[in-house]
Design a protein around this ligand. Sequence first.
Ligand SMILES: Nc1ncnc2c1ncn2[C@@H]1O[C@H](COP(=O)(O)OP(=O)(O)OP(=O)(O)O)[C@@H](O)[C@H]1O
Length: 636
Amino acid sequence: MRTDPADWRPRDIDDLEPAAWDALRAGTASVTAGPGAGKSEFLAQRAGFLFETGLCRPPQQILAISFKRVAAANLRRRVRTRLPEHVDRFASMTFDAFTKSIVDRFKDLLPPAWTMSGSYRIGFANQAEVRDFLGNLAVAAPEGFRSGVYGIRQNEFINNLVGPYELEPEPREPTTAVDYAVQQWWDQKYRAHDVPTVDFVMLNRLAELIIRSSPQLRRALTATYPFVFVDEFQDTTYAQYSFLKSVFARESTTVTVVGDRKQRIMGWAGALTDAFAEFDHDFDAEPFELTWNFRSTRELVELQHRFATRLDADTLPQLSQVASQVGGAPVQIWSFSTTGLEAASIAAWIAADIEQSGRSPADYAMIARQRVADLEPDLAQALTAQGLKLRNDDALVGDLRLQDLLKDDFASLLIGLVRLGATRGGQPQTWREVTTTLTRISPNARNRQAGSITDDTLSHFLAELRSWFAATPLKDATIGQVIDFTDELTETLVDKLTAFVNFDNIAQKRVLADRPEDLAVTLNAFKIRLANVLQHVESWDQVAAAFIDDEAVPLLTIHRSKGLEYHTVFFVGLDDDQWWAHARDTIESTMAFFVGVSRAAERLIFTQCDQRGSTNNITDLYEVLNQAQVPYVRMG
Ligand SMILES: Nc1ncnc2c1ncn2[C@@H]1O[C@H](COP(=O)(O)OP(=O)(O)OP(=O)(O)O)[C@@H](O)[C@H]1O
């Protein structure tokens, strides 16, 4: 049943601000807004609007592009909970996954001069490789290009020059030094090899060429995806923007981009300086600016605004929609002599606050500029002393960061099966999530019967798993010790799980990951974490909780905290040790600071520690905090 656009109402939230309503109903639009304005939420609601009013009707889909896997998964999750009946038509993926899938599926459409004979490898040229390439090229370059090639900055070459360069179906004579250098790059890195090594910038360029060379494919893509969303648009790179423009800047596609210029923290990775201005111009987009803040209280929004105006003097004041629930000074700076004292004070404070408020440890976060591994030992020890746990979301598990593993749909499916097998009933949410994912990957997914078939097969498998768990105790009952053959157990369990979900089949079908290799990487990370968990738990019913570890206080970098929110944030290490590069690129560094500050909903505590060094590099940040009269507390 279709809803009349005039009668459509958002789901799960009371309302949207007036500018968001206008943007929701508009055509191609750019929506800019500060942190907590509900940009991702806006996209989820717009998806609902398009699906439920029939503006996007089957088999049409919405293509939602994010930059990080976690952001893509978050957006998909929001749509799945609100609109389960439409989620199959919401293709939420990363930019890199999308362009790579085009190359993988359609590389036969490459023009003859670019034919890829077999497969390719993914690899990234490091700075030294680029420097050597440019150095050698400058020597060998024709006279007319030599000084131009010398002038190319090595750290901008890949992102800013190879990135936006449109490949010619039939390479032509270079006319500038940049043409020459980029063409040579392709000759040496791609055309000279049977199995070339390419990075995501090159894959993006190949994908763009494939689509440009095949009007039929372009028509098919634009017919499948008449609506395209891009989240965190401020982080769009030159290559990505050029791709978007080449493929979707036409009347038949409605593109909605959302983001915040002041949270552009991917400049180092080649983000455009002002992607919004280019977009508004090239796509003839209608710009909207949102000013409500649904995350943070008034005091925090006012502090954010002080930093926002440092980054963009014209930033409109944001209006907090959140009433404060905490007393006392919501923002403070705590100063310490030693890191041990700092960790102990943070841990004791969190423990006391949990005790008195009933909040969960996951409502708190410890965020730092970088190198959180340096901070982890002291903080973990101090939290343990308080009966709490720390979870380092930046920790590497195989080739994945823990945060990415825990948010991954495939890993969630596997651990969900373990949870259901190890407990007898009483897990309705896990059951629902597992059956939804199984239905997605089932060959009969579109069949009405699929649900019940899945239920039966699942029950059967869980009964088997339950017997195996019962026959394989994790603790030796006679000596009361945890059994130490975790690798073997991990292999056996993972074999059972992957056989049940038919791993090879789902990898090839690209349902849970856009690339079969991604699924293999996730599976490997899953095994590593599972093996680790099995060493520390005593019974199977503890495994899933220990794996997910969501009753822990997260420690993470600012980059990893992007898009997330916590009741109370400890901004650890407001000192030169963490902020050593602040003076190098003060604007980008202030943007990172702004991202960190704006994760807090109600309380924000900065910490500084003499043992880590001085604060000379970041006097400008302290100046703003002083102007805001943030209390400075010497804790000893
Ligand atoms: N219209 C709304 N009504 C009530 N709550 C909302 C609304 N829009 C968003 N929220 C809530 O406000 C919070 C911030 O939303 P969201 O994460 O979408 O913000 P954002 O603009 O993407 O923030 P950031 O730029 O910091 O990542 C979330 O908890 C979200 O559920």
